[in-house]
Design a binder for this molecule. Structure first.
Ligand code: SF4
Ligand code: SF4
Length: 393
């Protein structure tokens, strides 16, 4: 493992993301604790010291799991990062907060109670890194609201030693949103976590976001470095081009080596769901081996050939609120496949089951309002349903 630094703290270049832990069964968010613990133990014994979680991951169980798993190790042997869920909260008056989106239905709470609940679930006295979760165009009003005073509250917690370093994550559409937030709170935030990979460099203009963060002299924690696994299983045409250039490397390794080339990148998070993924990633990060100029140009060409993809990262934010119980990311994956050359004839909602039938979408839009990638999901469901209906005509 090689190491980088964030404000003087030595961080492993590969970080363990805890949003996609191994699960029991295909549905739901129940963590397979035994398998997940084995993955954490492998990570700890192979030099990974950065562990990222959040209030809402795995329906709230991720924090509890990682707390249990890391408690078996000395507190100074790991760095724990969690996030305040302000992007899914609303002010109700008198300091009381309600929850929205995927957290709707959670009992009302307060900023202080949520923060202390997180410490308790993670079984720690302090977070090494603490982030505002998803500062974007929609959540700015909450995070900037002086009556809520979330930034002042967290700075106070920092003074009290309950937070060592403050940052925020962002799925903002525009780099200007990140720049303006950093300018407003210049000197408060010490790092920024963004979605970054060679496809989003172009598709979501991540290049401008890196430049905005660079302007403020901050380091980057990367999320979605392989786009929820999508860049690990490329369509055959693109995969063949990478194999021809470097037969020994997987598509995932290409994506990670592209990230190793960006100087501001400190930690590259990977939400590893299997031991095989962990073993391969640890090997990739044995040393820093960034792509060459030629390899980078090849990845740019590969990215440009995939720009028609719907940029779903399979985060599953959308699925819990779907009244029809649709497997939205899986349907989008099939839609992407069909749009990029897969034979539509094989896709049969009748065989795959109701959850895989885009024609069952009622267009309520609750998915689109929560999607961090701002994907127009109802429109895609309608288009895919139409394509399936009209096939062969
Ligand atoms: S718009 Fe369709 S896919 Fe989205 S939540 Fe509603 S029914 Fe589900
Ligand atoms: S459609 Fe959006 S919210 Fe749903 S899984 Fe994909 S990226 Fe996540």
């Amino acid at each position: 493992m090689y190491y980088k630094e964030i404000t003087g703290v030595r961080v492993s270049a590969l970080g363990m993301g805890n949003m996609r832990l191994p699960k029991i069964g295909n549905q739901g968010e129940k963590i397979d604790r035994e398998k997940a613990r084995e993955i954490i133990d492998y990570a700890m014994s192979h030099g990974i010291n950065y562990y990222d979680t959040a209030y809402r991951y795995h329906g709230g169980e991720s924090e509890r799991f990682i707390g249990e798993a890391l408690k078996r190790y000395p507190r100074d042997s790991f760095l724990l990062a969690s996030k305040f869920p302000g992007h899914m909260m609303e002010k109700k008056g008198n300091g009381v907060m309600g929850f929205t989106s995927m957290l709707a239905g959670h009992p009302d709470s307060t900023v202080d109670a949520v923060f202390h609940e997180q410490l308790e679930k993670c079984q720690v006295d302090y977070f090494d890194f603490y982030l505002l979760h998803n500062v974007n165009e929609n959540s700015l009003a909450f995070y900037n609201d002086p009556e809520i005073g979330i930034v002042d509250y967290l700075m106070k917690q920092k003074e009290l030693g309950r937070i060592r370093h403050l940052g925020f994550s962002s799925h903002a559409v525009s780099a200007a949103t990140i720049d303006e937030f950093l300018t407003r709170y210049e000197g408060v935030f010490e790092f920024v976590q963004i979605q970054l990979n060679y496809l989003d460099w172009i598709l979501q203009d991540a290049k401008s976001k890196v430049e905005a963060i660079r302007k403020h002299g901050l380091k980057i924690v990367v999320m979605e470095g392989i786009r929820g696994g999508r860049l690990a299983s490329l369509p055959e045409e693109q995969a063949a081009r990478l194999r021809a250039a470097r037969a020994e490397d997987s598509a995932a390794r290409w994506a990670l080596r592209w990230l190793q080339d960006i100087p501001e990148v400190a930690v590259i998070l990977s939400g590893m769901s299997t031991m095989d993924q962990m073993i391969e990633n640890v090997e990739t990060f044995r040393e820093c081996n960034p792509v060459s100029g030629e390899e980078k140009a090849l990845l740019t060409e590969v990215a440009e050939s995939m720009l028609s993809w719907v940029p779903c990262t399979a985060c599953r934010y959308c699925t819990e609120g779907c009244p029809m119980g649709l497997e939205i990311p899986k349907i989008i994956a099939a839609y992407n496949g069909v749009k990029n050359g897969d034979n539509m004839a094989w896709y049969s909602p009748a065989e795959k089951g109701e959850a895989m039938d885009p024609a069952r979408c009622i267009g309520c839009g609750s998915c689109a309002s929560i999607c961090p990638q701002q994907i127009a999901i109802p429109e895609i469901m309608a288009e895919f349903a139409g394509m399936l209906k009209n096939r062969g005509k």
